[in-house]
Design a protein around this ligand. Structure first.
Ligand SMILES: [Zn+2]
Length: 423
């Protein structure tokens, strides 16, 4: 099956301005991009008239928690039995796709194998969802001591940082091995605490350097990637030093750490995660001072422009999946990239497309509208390079294609298609 998308304004993902072009998809790849492409005479051809709309690469989210459960359609209490959790995670994957996210580099789950199972179902084609880099479950140092236990939330009273406990290096080693055995792509480690969960702990180290080093060693040996939740320079530096691929939050990054990342031997991607901070401040009840929301926003607004200046790769994703920032609001990040960090809309879009393709480890075939690339494409009613907020409205996505398959084709574009086919 071939698909000819005609008369589109193409934003190719590189950050270059839109240009008018036709795009021909053959199977799951983009076969041609040109000013005009004649409708192929051979075989099955579907024609979509994209006049007036923007064709862009499907978006990539770098920090969403599919297993946490809440979406714009369904609120999860996060206390369900495993059977409900399995349904919820597949629901969440479909909601991500409905909102234009055709790839996810996951931020961690509630059960060890949940995303491995989901990745398989999506790949086999019987469950709608984005391409998935499946993460391990996200556990505290406490839980890591006995990985077969159910995840128990840590409480503020009783919280003990890494500096006040004995090393658990062997347990960390075993945890990464177990996750690699299960088949995850990414192992997640919360290297620092989180003030939003336990007040005033964002700068507290949750793991010792020797433990993070051990995780790095095993990950290299087993061929899995590592992601860190880390707010403080000390925690971020540990992650960079030991070969982590992605770092979430990076709120209190200093100049020394920025230079370290810029010169790191491995590619390092930062998800500064502004969306969760914005939502904590704007949705529901006001945050307590101990959650350090205002302090974090003030710092992050200074940090991210410096990252960009240093050429460090920044990706969207903000812990989506909690009740206060449900899955489906993910594109809010892109508006905050513009409002808070001073990116142009095209720069923000590039973070979600070309840079996202690299985050997925598929930079040579994902994240651009380019010949030979995978056909993950969105047709957007309007111009997101002028007004990036339109991406927050799923009804503006008139076509969602993943791997050459149509997940959605809106009626207005369908009618054009039908008219074309009748001639
Ligand atoms: Zn997270």
């Amino acid at each position: 099956m071939k698909t000819l998308i005609a008369n589109a304004q193409v934003f190719d993902g590189s950050g270059a301005p839109r240009r008018k072009a036709d795009v021909l998809v053959d199977g799951n790849r983009i076969m041609r991009v040109a000013a005009h492409i004649e409708r192929p005479q051979d075989g099955d051809v579907r024609v979509i008239d994209a006049a007036g709309a923007t064709l862009m690469p499907g978006m990539v989210d770098g920090h969403t928690h599919l297993g946490l459960g809440s979406t714009v359609e369904h609120r999860s209490p996060r206390t369900e039995p495993e059977e409900e959790q399995a349904l919820i995670i597949s629901h969440n994957a479909r909601v991500m796709l409905d909102h234009g996210f055709t790839s996810i580099y996951s931020g961690g789950n509630r059960r060890p194998r949940a995303e491995v199972a989901l990745r398989k179902a999506i790949r086999e084609g019987w469950m709608p969802g984005p391409r998935l880099r499946a993460s391990s479950w996200e556990v505290s140092a406490d839980t890591m001591k006995s990985p077969s236990a159910t995840l128990t939330p840590v409480s503020a009273a009783g919280h003990i940082g890494a500096n006040d406990r004995a090393p658990i290096t062997d347990q960390v080693r075993r945890f990464v091995h177990e996750m690699a055995d299960i088949g995850v792509d990414v192992v997640k480690m919360p290297i620092t605490g989180e003030s939003a969960l336990i007040e005033y702990t964002s700068r507290v180290l949750e793991f010792k350097d020797e433990e993070v080093a051990a995780a790095g060693e095993v990950a290299r040996e087993r061929g899995v990637w590592l992601t860190a939740h880390a707010h403080s320079p000390e925690g971020i530096q540990m992650a960079v030093r030991h070969g982590f691929r992605a770092i979430y939050h990076a709120t209190y990054m200093d100049d020394e750490t920025i230079a370290m990342i810029a010169n790191a031997p491995q590619p390092v991607f930062i998800a500064p995660s502004p969306g969760s901070l914005w939502m904590m401040g704007n949705m529901g009840k006001p945050p307590t001072p101990g959650m350090e929301v205002d302090v974090a926003i003030e710092s992050l607004r200074k940090v991210v422009p410096k990252l960009m200046k240093a050429g460090i790769r920044v990706v969207p994703g903000s812990d989506y999946g909690f009740g206060f920032n449900p899955i489906g609001l993910n594109a809010t990040d892109l508006a905050l990239f513009v409002d808070w960090f001073g990116m142009t809309p095209a720069e923000a879009l590039r973070c979600a497309t070309e840079t996202g393709g690299h985050l997925m480890g598929m930079g040579d075939e994902l994240g651009l509208v380019r010949e030979g690339y995978l056909a993950d494409l969105l047709l957007v009613e309007g111009d997101p390079t002028r007004d990036i907020t339109i991406l927050q409205d799923a009804s503006r996505l008139s076509m969602i294609m993943k791997d050459g398959q149509l997940h959605k084709l809106a009626f207005n574009r369908r009618a054009a298609c039908a008219a074309e086919l009748a001639t």
